[in-house]
Design a protein around this ligand. Structure first.
Ligand code: PEP
Length: 227
């Protein structure tokens, strides 16, 4: 079965020209389903069959300087939007805000990718991880149909560090999210690369990957989306 691979370009690249070149170098007909999430400012300049946003605001319009609404994203053809990424939580996004974003996205038929995860060290024990996941999932999904949401399990210690979780650990957490919260699609994210991607994609309860750094390297990302 096809897996879903989300490219999170974060605050890269520097120019619209470079963003267009990067998008043009990604295989559009890969074995798996690839979604590109460029910076919001470049969304309208990217030609790719599936686009996602990295974040959004929960209001549709009005006096909210600097924000981007799901309504605006929808007008650009955006089909997916990340919410609750740990880099957003680190600058103040709360579970309640994430919940409001999910509601707003679903209202405009954009599929939310709800990021959850915890742990600043690889040693952090599973119970502590599970407690934080319960909080993030319980509050984030309040009043939301879990079947309309994709979850991404991203241990914070694994993001951008070059240290990934083991596929077995990610599979165990995916199963926990699936059985307790009813979300059907769970992705893994955190230092995924062309060498370790296959191990995650082979897990039965992992539906795909959220890829940061390696999604900026076309040769590597094209390998990941073609496993
Ligand atoms: C991410 O941005 O969600 C991410 C997982 O980044 P990286 O792949 O660079 O660890």
């Amino acid at each position: 079965m096809k897996k879903l691979i989300i490219a999170n370009w974060k605050l890269n690249p520097a120019t619209a020209d470079d963003a267009q070149k990067l998008a043009a170098s990604i295989n559009q007909a890969a074995k798996n389903t690839a979604v590109l999430c460029p910076p919001t400012v470049f969304l309208s300049r990217i030609n790719f069959p599936r686009l996602g946003a990295q974040d959004c605001f929960w209001q549709e319009k009005g006096a909210f300087t600097g924000q981007t609404s799901p309504l605006q994203l929808k007008s650009l053809g955006v089909k997916y939007c990340i919410a609750g990424h740990s880099e957003r939580r680190a600058v103040g996004d709360t579970d309640e805000m994430v919940n409001a974003k999910l509601n707003a996205l679903l209202e405009h038929k954009i599929t939310p990718i709800l990021c959850v995860g915890f742990g600043t060290t690889v040693e952090q024990d599973d119970l502590e991880v599970t407690d934080v996941l319960k909080q993030q999932l319980g509050a984030g999904l309040a009043g939301i149909d879990p079947l309309k949401v994709i979850a991404a399990y991203e241990p914070v210690w694994a993001i951008g560090t070059g240290k990934n979780a083991s596929p077995e650990h990610a599979e165990k957490i995916a199963l926990f999210i699936k059985s307790k919260y009813g979300i059907k699609k769970i992705l893994y994210g955190g230092s995924v690369n062309a060498a370790n991607a296959k191990g995650f994609l082979q897990q039965p309860n992992i539906s795909g990957l959220l890829v940061g750094g390696e999604s900026l390297i076309p040769g590597h990302f094209n390998q990941i989306i073609n496993f």
